[in-house]
Design a protein around this ligand. Structure first.
Ligand code: TRP
Length: 337
């Protein structure tokens, strides 16, 4: 969508640079977001400050930031249509965050899921309620509110786990607007991704980096193969007929195949004589051919970090032009011009 069109609604989302992109990310976040870029004025960014409270090391954070950039570009994000940037390049986000803290009730933060989970864990361990809690974790929702409110986002594509953060963003925006008798902050709406629960990992649970059950998209063929070959199956013999509808391999195969192809594989399952190895090979082949172009482009991008940095810097420069105008307006409303 043409970024210059003023009345087109704004869509914004942040991507945490944690872990190498996998099929779950692709179907639940990347693909839907790229589709949205045809309908909205989009701001997509790498939330590297959000990654800091988990104390990543320097090399890992740098590498994963570039991996995310290469991945989204390889999957079809067009940086001419979408403002694509690193959070850390938009200094206005951090200024806005400081402003927003004055309109954020502390009790609201106390009720935040991530913080509450830490407090509960500490209680179980008989430790001080705030042991291992840093202010980055506590303020995480305010930083996220600043990301969103700075660019007047109308819609924010997220997974269910981020819903509370969006509610908090709305609460903070409303508190600010009430206190300043203004409508300066736009109340954003969540766009919930439907796929998050349906993409299963190699152990049958939801595919997630934290479960270590992912199928990576852009790693070597050997690694991809290893992940596919580790998909959990029953101990049925080759000769036995098998049930496609309760099979993890088949459920993943469906993501990449036509109805006719699914019909052919279904038949192979039902008539017996097909081992799990064969089904896994069929899946692997589908994944490789589906991502053939993307994998080639990814390799080109990742070999060219300067290009990636430049692309992100160009996105940031454009985004900051919008941010600066907005912050000017906000400061004058507050009497801090
Ligand atoms: N908190 C989000 C996550 O963990 C990432 C994120 C940061 C984000 N800022 C955002 C998402 C703003 C949407 C909008 O996935």
């Amino acid at each position: 969508m043409n970024t210059a069109k003023k009345d087109t609604p704004v869509c914004l989302t942040g991507i945490k640079p944690t872990g190498t992109p996998h099929l779950g990310n692709y179907f639940s976040a990347i693909l839907p977001a790229i589709k949205l870029s045809k309908l909205y004025r989009c701001y997509f960014f790498i939330a590297n400050y959000h990654a800091l409270n988990a104390a990543p090391n320097k090399e890992k954070l740098e590498r994963e930031t570039l991996e995310i950039a290469a991945c989204w570009l390889a999957c079809g994000l067009d940086p001419k249509e979408v403002l694509f940037y690193k959070q850390s390049d938009i200094l206005e986000i951090f200024e806005l965050m400081v402003i927003l803290t004055s309109y954020t009730p502390k009790g609201l933060m106390n009720r935040s899921h991530a913080y509450k989970a830490k407090v509960q864990e500490n209680a179980k361990l008989g430790r001080d309620a705030d042991a291992t809690v840093n202010m980055g974790l506590f303020n995480y929702p305010v930083l996220m509110a600043a990301d969103i409110l700075l660019f007047k986002a109308d819609v924010v594509p997220i997974g269910h786990d981020q819903l509370q953060h969006l509610e908090v963003t709305n609460d903070i925006a409303q508190a600010f607007n009430n206190a300043t008798q203004s409508t300066l902050l736009t109340l954003p709406r969540p766009l919930l991704s439907k796929n998050t629960e349906t993409i299963k990992g190699i152990d049958g649970r939801k595919m997630s980096k934290s479960y270590g059950n992912t199928i990576p998209i852009f790693q070597s063929k050997a690694k991809l193969r290893q992940a596919v070959m580790s998909i959990v199956t029953t101990s049925q013999t080759v000769a036995e007929p098998k049930d496609p509808d309760s099979c993890l391999i088949f459920s993943l195969y469906k993501l990449f195949s036509t109805a006719a192809e699914q019909g052919t594989l279904r038949k192979r399952y039902l008539e017996g004589g097909m081992g799990w190895g064969e089904a896994k090979e069929a899946l692997l082949e589908k994944i490789l051919s589906r991502f053939h172009k993307e994998r080639m482009r990814y390799d080109e991008f990742i070999m060219n970090p300067d290009f990636l940095q430049k692309t992100l810097a160009t996105g940031a420069k454009k985004a900051r032009e919008h941010a600066a105008l907005f912050m000017h307006e906000l400061r004058s409303t507050l009497g801090i011009a």
